[in-house]
Design a protein around this ligand. Structure first.
Ligand SMILES: *[C@@H]1O[C@H](CO)[C@@H](O)[C@H](O)[C@H]1NC(C)=O
Ligand SMILES: *[C@@H]1O[C@H](CO)[C@@H](O)[C@H](O)[C@H]1NC(C)=O
Ligand SMILES: *[C@@H]1O[C@H](CO)[C@@H](O)[C@H](O)[C@H]1NC(C)=O
Ligand SMILES: *[C@@H]1O[C@H](CO)[C@@H](O)[C@H](O)[C@H]1NC(C)=O
Ligand SMILES: *[C@@H]1O[C@H](CO)[C@@H](O)[C@H](O)[C@H]1NC(C)=O
Ligand SMILES: *[C@@H]1O[C@H](CO)[C@@H](O)[C@H](O)[C@H]1NC(C)=O
Length: 408
């Protein structure tokens, strides 16, 4: 077992990182992690055709939300690996999506945008705020203010008519997915953003909301005693019979929100919740006896029914498990064991394509399985770059958060 905090000293300076083949990953060598992450970041960015001055939507079949997820992954790449070469491109992409009210409600996506989509851009904007990531457009608000706008936009849709509360999955009644479903990724997204804003600003309103959303999620049994986060339930039946399916990312989203709340409140109940959610997180590892501690998406992966969205979910569980260790260090040994093993196997799955560096989907098959896509690249990227979380600067808060206008 490795302890990531101990890898602190050896991060190479910017520019010195050379891209290396994932198959050579050594999870105890920070230079090796940086080098593999650089290859995977390039593999991820092959799916994005924007530039430092021009945003371009992802091509089909990738939805708008996944671009927000991608920018969040790339912000972590910049922060953990120390390679700033994509920073301007990331900033341009985030700024192109602010919308007229600077809350990531985009007229071009009206009709389709869901609360979870807005939340995924919100995670990225929040990370930008917590790291003083440059926001060069002086005529619009800084990242933190925009994250607050996103919070106010989503929380304004809290609806107590059914299920005693919660926001619906969708925002627009015209969406074919209807307004009847309340899901954990939307409510968990709001919960995590509230928790991070509570820490960043010290404003009690966000603490109160984080408590309210958690309590509501438990009240409708979307989180059970084992820390399993279910996908959601129908408001037509008052959320009485939750949909039994559980996805890795919903667990990750609540886990990190709870870890941030443990830091904000210093109340042991949040640490207990983090530990319970870690129990739920463990269900996404060890698909077979011959694949101990390897992550998989159990709702779909073994049966080859993961859709394009689902093929990216493991990455967010990794992202938020790593981030949670900064606030609740007692989970570090477990996270290291689960994600260290998964990182090794993810690297062995990134051996396809013409360059022998393209990632597959199933990390438990002992190699590349032939399934390729943006989700596959991002899952490996997040699981491998996160190994460096212990040597990164923790998220800023309070007066340390400033709107920086220029790139270094
Ligand atoms: C992995 O990296 C560690 C730390 O740099 C080193 O001690 C070890 O020998 C490396 N393992 C291999 C197989 O190269
Ligand atoms: C594969 O290699 C070619 C030639 O070096 C390079 O242009 C391309 O970006 C690489 N693709 C990936 C996904 O790394
Ligand atoms: C700054 O943002 C505003 C509002 O979104 C936009 O109209 C303007 O073009 C942006 N300026 C630059 C330099 O990108
Ligand atoms: C709240 O939810 C109910 C159904 O549960 C719906 O009929 C109503 O339109 C919703 N209210 C708002 C403001 O969206
Ligand atoms: C706290 O946050 C809420 C929600 O964004 C906002 O309405 C309120 O003005 C904030 N309070 C302070 C003291 O900044
Ligand atoms: C592990 O076991 C599963 C199920 O029996 C099998 O499909 C898979 O190929 C095995 N993996 C390896 C690497 O042997």
């Amino acid at each position: 077992m490795i302890f990531l905090k101990s890898v602190r000293p050896a991060i190479a300076a910017v520019g010195l990182i050379t891209a290396g083949p994932p198959k050579d990953l050594n999870i105890t060598d920070p230079t090796s992690i940086q080098s593999v992450a650089k290859t995977l970041a390039a593999g991820t960015m092959e799916y994005y055709h924007g530039t430092e001055t021009q945003f371009v939507d992802l091509e089909q079949p990738y939805y708008w939300w996944e671009c927000g997820a991608m920018m969040g992954a790339m912000l972590d790449y910049s922060h953990y690996v120390g390679d700033k070469s994509y920073d301007k491109l990331i900033s341009t992409a985030l700024l192109a999506q602010v919308g007229p009210k600077f809350d990531y409600m985009l007229p071009s996506h009206f009709g389709q945008e869901g609360n979870d989509d807005q939340a995924f851009w919100g995670f990225a904007v929040m990370s930008a705020a917590e790291r003083n990531f440059p926001q060069p457009n002086t005529s619009i608000p800084g990242w933190l203010e925009m994250a607050e706008n996103i919070f106010n936009s989503i929380s304004g849709r809290w609806n107590t008519t059914a299920c005693g509360g919660g926001v619906a999955w969708q925002i627009f009644p015209s969406n074919p997915n209807t307004m009847d479903y309340k899901n954990t990724v939307s409510n968990g997204g709001l919960f995590q953003i509230a928790a991070r804003l509570a820490r960043a600003t010290g404003n009690q309103t966000y603490v109160d909301w984080a408590n309210k959303i958690w309590d509501w999620t438990e009240s409708v049994k979307f989180i059970d005693e084992q820390g399993i986060v279910l996908d959601g339930g129908s408001s037509r039946e008052n959320c009485a019979t939750p949909n039994g399916v559980s996805f890795s990312y919903s667990t990750g989203i609540y886990l990190y929100g709870a870890a941030v709340m443990a830091d904000v409140t210093k109340d042991a109940k949040w640490t207990t919740r983090v530990n319970t959610l870690m129990g739920g997180a463990k269900t996404f590892f060890t698909p077979f006896e011959n694949a101990t501690n390897i992550m998989y998406e159990h709702a779909c992966e073994q049966h080859d029914v993961c859709n394009v969205d689902m093929r990216s979910f493991k990455g967010y569980l990794s992202r938020f498990m790593y981030a949670s260790t900064l606030y609740v260090p007692e989970i570090l040994p477990t996270v290291n064991e689960l994600l260290g093993t998964s990182a090794k196997h993810a690297a062995q799955a990134c051996t396809g394509g013409v360059n022998g560096t393209t990632c597959g989907q199933k990390w438990y098959v002992g190699g590349f399985d032939g399934t390729v896509g943006l989700g596959e690249e991002m899952c490996a990227l997040e699981t491998i770059q996160g190994l460096l979380v212990g040597s990164s600067k923790p998220p800023l808060k309070g007066d340390d958060i400033k709107t920086v206008r220029t790139f270094a």
